[in-house]
Design a protein around this ligand. Structure first.
Ligand SMILES: Cc1ncc(COP(=O)(O)O)c(C=O)c1O
Length: 375
């Protein structure tokens, strides 16, 4: 029986998989069979998806593979523009949200000032900035409730040509208020700073909190979107970015030609049209997230109130340190949760779990209760 502290299995932070959804790598890390079946709570993918019609649509689109896709993706841009109520010239289709992240960083390369990244957050913002030679300033969110220190952000903006904000934030699930965002955008006009807001997880719960309507007022706003989480198609890769016409034209010039394959591009219109799938997703999550949150809470964990489809939690008694033993014991029971070793400031003291189906969430709660993890 090991204690609650670090175990001999813990390796340096760099040795841990940088993203969720890597059961084989995590199993190997703990000396377990990489082919073992696990219930994966580590990737924030919609458990209701992909939509049922998708397989047939993909099969019927196979013919498209013998042609290059339209390099301008006019049909996809039209569908997105219609859906989010911007002009087509304000839209750029991308190979997943992550290509949008890299393009937003590329736009700010060689501007002489750096990037401000509000941490803890999705690791690819910093990686994209490093890739394009942008210096990175990290601004930590408040330790207890993950609030943004607005004064510190406003001051740091003098030295930043771009700020990356994840909203809702991965991994905390928190949302910076629209009022604060508008203050940042107004200051950005003075300091020539662009605000890049990643809304990869926005449509799971609160589409009405999207910042897309602000694009008509602020040229220094870029909104990033992903279709891979909501529609459960991370292997297919689809995302887009929205910005001023001028910024979209600059970004288009930086983008690799045909970066989105024809099959994926052809799915944009039907995916966005499937409002019923999105409504079912939101209905499931509005029941299931509070239930999982209450379950974790009643086991004695501290849970961060979330605006989306995942929850961050830790021992209520934080002096108990890293959650490594909990993660390891869950994995032995065939359940994978997301470590937080590579999230600045979290350092493994928290775990992140995706909200899954009622039965699967019960399995997680039962396993945690069996471990006696929070007692
Ligand atoms: C906040 C955030 N943005 C973007 C992405 C990338 O998503 P995509 O699969 O669309 O590239 C992720 C993936 O984990 C994410 O967490």
């Amino acid at each position: 029986m090991t204690g609650w502290g670090e175990t001999m299995h813990w390796k340096s932070n760099e040795a841990w998989p940088q993203h969720g959804g890597r059961p084989d790598a995590m199993l190997m890390q703990f000396g377990l069979d990489p082919d073992r079946e696990v219930l994966d709570f580590s990737a924030n993918i919609n458990p209701l998806g992909p939509p049922g019609w998708l397989t047939e649509q993909l099969l019927s689109g196979i013919g498209a593979l013998s042609h290059y896709p339209d390099p301008e993706y006019a049909e996809a841009h039209r569908a997105i523009a219609r859906q989010v109520e911007v002009t087509e010239a304000q839209v750029r289709l991308t190979n997943g949200g992550v290509e949008a992240v890299f393009l937003a960083a590329a736009l700010h390369a060689r501007k002489g000032r750096g990037a401000l990244v509000i941490e803890p957050t999705f690791a690819e913002y910093a990686r994209a900035c490093r890739h394009y030679g942008l210096g990175i300033m990290q601004l930590p969110l408040g330790a207890e409730d993950f609030h943004l220190d607005l004064e510190a952000a406003l001051t740091a903006m003098h030295d930043a040509s771009v700020i990356f904000v994840c909203r809702p934030n991965n991994p905390t699930g928190t949302v910076i208020s629209q009022e604060i965002i508008e203050t940042l955008l107004e200051r950005g006009r003075e300091t020539q700073t662009t605000l890049v807001v990643d809304e990869a997880f926005m449509d799971f719960v609160s589409p009405d909190q999207s910042l897309i309507p602000l694009l008509s007022r602020f040229d220094n706003l870029i909104v990033l979107r992903s279709l891979t989480k909501l529609f459960a198609i991370p292997g297919l890769r689809l995302g887009y970015l929205l910005a001023s016409t001028e910024n979209v034209a600059r970004i288009a010039a930086l983008q690799m030609p045909w970066s989105v394959n024809a099959l994926a591009a052809g799915l944009v219109e039907p995916l966005l049209a499937d409002r019923d799938f999105v409504a079912r997703t939101q209905a499931w999550l509005s029941d299931e997230r509070p239930r999982l949150e209450r379950g974790l809470d009643s086991l004695g964990f501290q849970v961060v109130p979330s605006h989306t489809n995942f929850l961050l939690f830790r021992h209520a008694d934080e002096t108990r340190g890293v959650m490594g033993d909990v993660l390891e014991k869950l994995l032995h029971q065939g359940i994978l949760v997301r470590h937080t070793r590579n999230f600045a400031g979290l350092d493994g003291k928290w775990l992140r779990v995706a909200v899954r189906s009622p039965d699967e969430n019960d399995r997680l709660l039962d396993a945690l209760a069996r471990i006696g993890a929070a007692s």
